[in-house]
Design a protein around this ligand. Structure first.
Ligand code: G3P
Length: 217
């Protein structure tokens, strides 16, 4: 399973990259705003900085909600850097834009996926990735992990090449559930990735090894 980090924070991106386990980055307008990155020019520059900090795909989201606007913005984003993946919302014109970019070999990530039907439609349109938001489904007492398993089954039935990018991942159990089900990618915060490290028996075991080493020297 590929690990993407879901942030526009360059320090966190660099920390995950330095760990050696990072495969890409996802961003969205809310994450950009959270870092205080505003204004079209600053946002475009920030995407380039992210691409330069990481080896792998970097999702950059269009703001337009009409086909022509998405195509114009998406082409501008894709021209910024070869690692850019154009992120497109799951709406009617978004489907048309996915097909447009797929026909031109420009990678896309269809975002705001909340049902298996939406994921099927995005795959038919040639999306490179679909982003089911599992945390937000869990927030409304709906099993986000179940959606991942439904999409996995459908894509495997027909050998769709679209990758399942589990998004809105909030914690380590989300990551583990996605890995068990077979999501191709997960995107989450640095805290969830680093959380995989932790086990009290590792800490106490290492403490004991180091103490015993000192006794013998
Ligand atoms: O990748 C989508 C993600 O940014 C949404 O996460 O935590 O805002 O639901 P969250």
């Amino acid at each position: 399973m590929k690990f993407f980090i879901d942030t526009a924070n360059l320090d966190q991106i660099k920390e995950a990259q330095d760990l050696g386990v990072l495969d890409g980055v996802t961003t969205n307008p809310s994450l950009m705003a959270k870092e205080g990155i505003t204004g079209a020019d600053n946002i475009l520059k920030h995407y380039v900085a992210i691409c330069e900090a990481v080896d792998g795909d970097v999702s950059a989201e269009v703001i337009a909600v009409d086909f022509e606007g998405m195509v114009k913005e998406g082409e501008q984003l894709a021209a910024l850097h070869p690692q850019i993946v154009v992120k497109i919302p799951m709406i009617k014109d978004g489907i048309k834009a996915l097909k447009y970019f797929s026909d031109r070999n420009i990678k896309t990530n269809c975002t705001l996926i909340f049902s298996a039907g939406q994921a099927l439609l995005a795959a038919k349109a040639g999306a490179s990735y679909v982003s089911p938001f599992i945390g937000r489904l869990d927030d409304i007492s709906t099993d986000g992990s179940f959606l991942i398993s439904e999409i996995r089954e459908i894509y495997d039935n027909y050998a769709f090449e679209t990758e399942i990018l589990a998004a809105s991942v909030r914690h380590t159990m989300h990551i583990l559930n996605c890995a068990k089900i077979g999501a191709d990618v997960m995107t989450g915060p640095l805290s969830a990735i680093m959380g995989l490290l932790n086990h009290p028996l590792t800490d106490s075991g290492l403490k004991k090894f180091l103490e015993d080493y000192k006794k013998g020297n």
